[in-house]
Design a protein around this ligand. Sequence first.
Ligand code: ZN
Length: 565
Amino acid sequence: LSLRSRLSSLAGTLVLALLLVQGCGAPPEPPDRIFVDARIWTGNPEMPEATALALRGDRIVAVGTDDQVLALVGSGTRIEELGGRRMIPGLHDAHMHLPTRPTADLVGAAGVDDIVARLRAFAAELPDDAWITGRGWTPDQFPGQAPHRRYLDAAFPDRPVLITDRDGHLALASHRALDEAGVTGATPQPPGGEIELDPEGCPTGVLKEGPAMSLVSRLLPSPTAEESYAVLLSEMARFASLGLTALQMANAPSDPLWAALERAHEEGALLHRVRVAVPFRTDADGSALARWRDLQDSHTGPYLRFGIAKGMLDGTVDGGTAAMLEPYARGGGTGLPMWQADALNRMVARYDSAGIQVQLHAIGDRAIRMALDAFEYTSAHGGRPDARHRIEHLEVPAPEDLPRFRELGVIASTQAIFPTPDATTLTNYAPMLGSERAARSMPFRALDEAGAIQAFGSDYPVFPIDPLLGIYTAVTRQLPDGTPEGGWHPEQRITLESALRHYTSGSAYAAFREEELGTLAPGMLADFVVLSDEILGEAPEALLRTRPVLTVMGGRETWRDPETE
Ligand SMILES: [Zn+2]
């Protein structure tokens, strides 16, 4: 085919799209890069599949067939053939947390020996007298499901060790750490927390909830600016290799982390678009709201933004602290909401009128209803239209509340990997709820059917951040080993395409960026991922062997697999 005949095959819609992007009259400038011979899942209902994409600067300028897009080639255009590989929009985590300090990753440790081995490997990088920290353990990793400092004391007799559990509600401190903090069997129990004691009245090392954990954690030295920056850079590099191009932090960053984010932004080192939250607090007065609103208005660039406030309405099902309408099946009450309804309604309305989106952690059906009620109250009292307030996690919504998400325009900020049927889910979570409520927990399909907009995230570091693993879980409700057969409450499984939408356009919508993020079409920001294997039309196990081979954010390569160059 000659260039002339290729040009003549250009679709009219493509020409029109180019003109819209580049302004009428001026001849379109050629793309910087063109990717051809791909299988592109665009997420754009007007052209769901394509084989080629062109970008210039940080934007997509064309999506179409190879012929259509090759017709745009100019003298400086680089062309890359993708060998039929699958391309999808950049993955966008709508709820995660960035760590501030280096810490050992204990998520998924095979047992207490593995925990100690991971802590040893981590400690080898530290000065001899430094605190050893880790996070992500679960009680079932310990013999008899009983975490105890004796395992830490045996391995690290002279070192202070403090490791927090997966959900962040428990910590385990070594003898030396308790010593340095002056915590003994005689220490008064802190209100709202517990220093666990053995039958002899000695601390087991387990510290429950913030007030007890902070007796020891307050001794941890602040990370230096360099440490925080190094952690940020290494985490971003890993996230990019997993296909992530955008992150929404579901908390206000610590000072060292904020400094690291600003420095990365200034140095052009951010590998993701990062949206940062501010706190949702009982004592937020006019000047605090104005200050947060200023941050929002002064960070409107493509990479680092504000715009949302994060609040907490309850705890977790595993801890029996999620606020439920009916008592837990294992006893222990209904959990307690952290807010009174009147105060919550007023404060949501207050943030809303300051122009700040609100995201509320609400896991139990009672807390979820309180959040929906507060958003309804706000909208009935002069609330802004299209405010897109959000509920985070919403693990056990009452079925009759599902339609309210669509009616009120409230975003369901769900976590793809939460229905993972691991030991904690099957032996603690489900029995806590009882069979009827367990069967309707993490109801991704019911939310879709109720017309809710779901934005997928990971809640990293509570769970692994890997979005393909999350998508596998949402699609199968199985562990990677394929158990349980048929999936845990399989009626709530969703399709792969739904899961992809929640992880791309759903997250973009939740951050008010659906006009430039989440789909691949002319004029959108050039954020996309090329995968090693086909995932669409394949068995879900394909997700487990598939890795990103190329991640592009704003036209720039943030990850390229060295083995597939
Ligand atoms: Zn979270």
